[in-house]
Ligand binder design. Structure first.
Ligand code: OGA
Ligand code: MN
Length: 291
């Protein structure tokens, strides 16, 4: 069956059919999917069947896998390399309101780019839906290449060479969740990333920011924060946003290098939501002292 790619938003996002991701994909298929990712940034594959082994194997076809933070958790999933995007604990019970892990993961409701708080951040994320709630719990995506293109030329020139500081504790702190130990903080110091990047697969310019980005290096703190807020407001206008309503069996791939995403609310005290993610490493951002 031939792969069919159908764009579903005027700027980005495509639905892909005719490919069974649980089978071993040929190099040709992976190349075709990479081309589609570079063009559309978000790909939606309905009706997939992926257990934890298959999901991890799928991620590895696209790059080296970036493990999630996994702090203070008894793992529920088979592999520590998979991010458990659920409201469940290791016994598949709904997490309590005050559960640290629950409060930490509420940070995913802020617009962000996965692992931008790491020196080597996330490139591609692949999120698979096992269980979805009856209402809510959608995921929204914003197109940062289109958002950059739509900025006035003087704004583009003003921001082209800026660098932003990113920290996971900044994003969590915005929601007032600050209960991290010294050791947890020391393990993830702030990192620096250019605010404007050339997206490697398309050579298009893109903004690069999100909830972990706190301020602009070398600027006065309030000025940098205001600039980031303005850019976030600009980039998340509805014309740049696609909302994905999950169905069981959906696998969504997004490119963290040129999009933002956020989870939307649902009644997590009543309904399970079980999504699982694998993310690849963005080696284009390996700083010299790490390489
Ligand atoms: C993620 C994420 C949002 C959601 O998996 O990285 O941010 O809707 N998910 O669960
Ligand atoms: Mn995320």
């Amino acid at each position: 069956m031939a792969i069919e790619v159908r764009q579903v938003h005027p700027q980005f996002v495509a639905k892909v059919t005719g490919v069974e991701l649980s089978t071993t994909l040929t190099a040709e298929t992976v190349a075709a999917l990479n081309d589609a990712i570079n063009r559309y940034a978000v790909l939606i594959f309905p009706d997939q069947r992926l257990d934890d082994d298959r999901l991890l194997a799928l991620g590895r076809l696209f790059g080296d896998v970036e493990p999630p933070r996994n702090h203070r958790v008894e793992l529920r999933l088979k592999h520590a390399e998979l991010a458990d995007i659920s409201n469940l604990d290791s016994r598949n019970q709904l997490r309590a309101r005050d559960d640290h892990r629950r409060l930490d993961s509420l940070g995913n409701r802020l617009w962000h780019s996965d692992a931008s708080f790491r020196e080597v951040p996330g490139a591609l994320s692949m999120l698979f839906a096992h269980v979805v709630p009856p209402v809510g719990g959608e995921t929204e995506f914003a197109d940062l290449r289109a958002a950059y293109d739509a900025l006035p030329a003087d704004m583009q020139a003003r921001i082209d060479d800026l660098v932003a500081e990113h920290s996971i504790f900044y994003s969590r702190g915005q929601l007032g969740h600050t209960e991290y130990t010294e050791a947890e903080r020391a393990a993830l110091p702030s990192v620096f990333h250019p605010l404007v990047r050339i997206h490697p697969g398309s050579k298009r310019k893109t903004l690069y920011m999100g909830a972990h980005a706190s301020h602009i290096v070398g600027w006065r703190m309030p000025e940098g924060r205001l600039l980031l807020r303005d850019l976030m407001e600009h980039a998340t206008q509805r014309e740049f946003v696609h909302r994905h309503e999950w169905r069981v069996g959906d696998l969504v791939i997004w490119d963290n290098r040129c999009t933002l995403h956020r989870g939307r609310p649902y009644d997590d005290a009543t309904h399970p939501r079980d999504l699982r993610r694998v993310t690849t490493k963005d080696y284009a951002r390996v700083p010299e002292h790490v390489a």
